[in-house]
Design a protein around this ligand. Structure first.
Ligand SMILES: O=P(O)(O)OC[C@H]1O[C@H](OP(=O)(O)OP(=O)(O)O)[C@H](O)[C@@H]1O
Ligand code: HPA
Ligand SMILES: [Mg+2]
Length: 180
């Protein structure tokens, strides 16, 4: 099965994404110079973004991973943010940068920021490749945003529907007949 056949429209090409990553990398490198921030990658969706973004930053950083899920096999947030894998490193007194593929309802980051506040992170910021503000439930705003997206269910470049399409090199709108 060719995944491209399920895509209605390419929203962001690999080139557009790469340009956004370069811009974000420059900004983050400047703002965190000398701070050795801890990049917290929210699995699974943010894995592709993290690996590209971190190579745009010529400063010392740490990376760690948290596996969090709230969409399951659906195109709508369940509202319940489940932690499937926690960090290996401590966040106490660290400058944490959450690395997300997409901020949609805001539920995921709202819960994680509450949790990391109890763990006494020194500072917390968010970088998200995609900002999708239409269905925002929580007052979560990314500090660094790559690209903004309309009210469509998108896949590719890490983002999935039923765990597929993450390996597409671009971000596209999924044909509604695939999930209806
Ligand atoms: O702002 P929200 O509405 O919370 O949505 C954003 C989150 O949803 C997706 O993860 P998902 O729960 O699908 O897990 P996955 O990354 O493993 O696909 C995405 O990767 C973000 O982490
Ligand atoms: O539009 C989306 N696509 C894939 N995963 C998502 N998680 C939140 N929003 C989305
Ligand atoms: Mg998902």
């Amino acid at each position: 099965m060719n995944l491209n056949e399920d895509i209605q429209e390419v929203l962001f090409t690999a080139e557009t994404i790469a340009a956004a990553n370069r811009r974000l990398g420059r900004q983050i490198a400047q703002d965190y110079a000398g701070k050795e921030p801890l990049f917290v990658c929210i699995l699974k969706g943010a894995i592709v973004f993290l690996t590209d973004l971190m190579r745009e930053i010529p400063e010392a950083i740490d990376i760690d991973f948290m596996d969090v899920s709230s969409y399951g096999g659906s195109t709508k947030s369940s509202g319940e943010v489940r932690i499937l894998k926690d960090l290996d490193l401590s966040v106490k007194d660290r400058d944490v940068l959450f690395v997300e593929d997409v901020v949609d309802t805001g539920n995921t980051l709202y819960e994680l920021m509450k949790l990391f506040a109890t763990r006494q992170a020194r500072s917390m910021k968010i970088v998200s490749l995609i900002d999708k503000p239409v269905h925002r439930h929580q007052a979560v705003k990314a500090d660094y945003i790559g690209l903004s997206c309309p009210d469509e269910f998108i896949v590719g470049y890490g983002m999935d529907y039923q765990d597929k399409y993450r390996n597409l090199p671009y971000i596209g709108i999924l044909k509604p007949e695939v999930y209806m």
